[in-house]
Design a protein around this ligand. Structure first.
Ligand code: GLA
Length: 355
């Protein structure tokens, strides 16, 4: 239990399968080489310091603070509930993962903090359990009723693979992610998804109401006929998104297997339009960007990623994308006065300790 431990916890993107993870659906996320870096060492008191905002907090009790520190405090609370001993520590947090860009900086912090604490306390780490505890932290302590995607992707991803998860059984498998000439890019729209959590919880509620109205326990039992019978138009659109998006995830798996990138790209665009029109979680700025991208044959597909209402766009394209991005970016800035940022993405391992 001596000395400083350094942990890197990645952000995540999701190729496809959006807003399906709390609906017993399928998802295909992967971790990216952008990290929350956490340094931890034993101390007399609990102290957490953020390098980015140059602010720290010290605490003796494990109460909610309604600040970023809750991701760490919540992890302590949840680890204890799961029977782990947690002694006071000094924790320093740094990050090159943009916040509020829909790349799961919060899950990266939760999973990373948990990994660091367990390492400091000399526990063997079970990644699935860590993901589960981090998810409980987000839902029960922080209070966002998210699905399991972010915490699982951060904890369990493998380099050069996407992580296919059946969120109903929580079974997962690694899908080799070789794109040859193509690349994955992320564009940070510069729109922060502040509306996010209230609208997110609303979408969850609507899905529950849709299930109830269809007389089903799980979206996995829902057929197109059931959806057609829904009377309330909003509930119908939400349900339509969920079952079609699940289908798209499975079709994307087959398209990846045969390396048919045109097809993968088409599913990305379809996913975007369903998120925009049926699930209504996109925004004007990102819709404009996607429309621009559609003009270029070098781009296979693109869509809004994560919870929505801003954040990032995932793009599957060939290497000409950087030039295209310059052009689109200029138009975007002229129209909205915001400069979007391009992140070139490489897949990463899940959370790890620097040896
Ligand atoms: C957020 C949540 C995830 C998932 C996505 C939408 O990132 O944290 O659990 O629901 O939105 O797919």
């Amino acid at each position: 239990m001596n000395g400083k431990i350094v942990v890197y916890s990645p952000g995540r993107a999701n190729l496809i399968g959006e807003h399906t993870d709390y609906n017993d659906g399928f998802i295909l996320p992967f971790a990216i080489k952008r990290y929350v870096k956490i340094e931890i060492e034993p101390s007399k008191k609990f102290r957490v310091f953020s390098e980015q905002i140059k602010k720290g907090i010290e605490f003796n009790t494990l109460e909610k603070t309604n600040s970023w520190a809750d991701y760490v405090i919540g992890m302590i609370v949840k680890l204890k509930e799961h029977g782990y001993d947690v002694k006071p520590f000094n924790m320093k947090i740094d990050s090159n993962l943009p916040m509020g860009a829909g790349l799961s900086s919060s899950a990266a912090l939760e999973v990373g903090a948990g990994y660091a604490i367990l390492s400091m306390m000399n526990y063997d780490i079970n990644r699935e359990e860590l993901a589960k505890i981090a998810h409980e932290c987000e839902v029960e302590f922080v209070g966002v009723r998210c699905g399991i995607m972010d915490q699982y992707a951060v904890a369990l991803s493998k380099e050069n693979h996407a992580l296919f998860i059946d969120t109903m059984t929580r079974e997962y498998k690694y899908i080799p992610f070789h794109l040859d000439s193509a690349r994955i890019y992320l564009v940070d729209s510069g729109i922060k998804h502040e509306l996010g959590s209230s609208e997110y919880n609303k979408r969850r509620k609507q899905c529950e109401l849709a299930l109830e109205a269809m007389g089903k326990k799980s979206f996995r039992e829902v057929t197109m006929d059931d959806v057609e019978k829904l009377i309330e138009p909003v509930l119908k659109k939400r349900a339509l998104h969920v079952i079609m998006e699940n289908e798209r995830v499975l079709k994307t798996l087959s398209a990846l297997e045969t390396e048919n990138l045109q097809l993968v790209g088409r599913y990305l665009y379809e996913s975007h339009y369903s998120l925009k029109d049926n699930y209504e979680v996109s925004c004007e700025e990102i819709d404009f960007m996607i429309e621009q991208f559609e003009e270029y044959a070098d781009i296979y597909g693109a869509r809004i990623v994560g919870a929505g209402f801003g954040g990032s766009v995932i793009v599957l394209a060939n290497e000409n994308f950087e030039r295209i991005f310059e052009k689109v970016s200029q138009k975007y800035t002229t129209k909205f006065g915001i400069i979007p940022k391009l992140l070139t993405v490489e897949t990463s391992e899940g959370v790890f300790r620097l040896e």
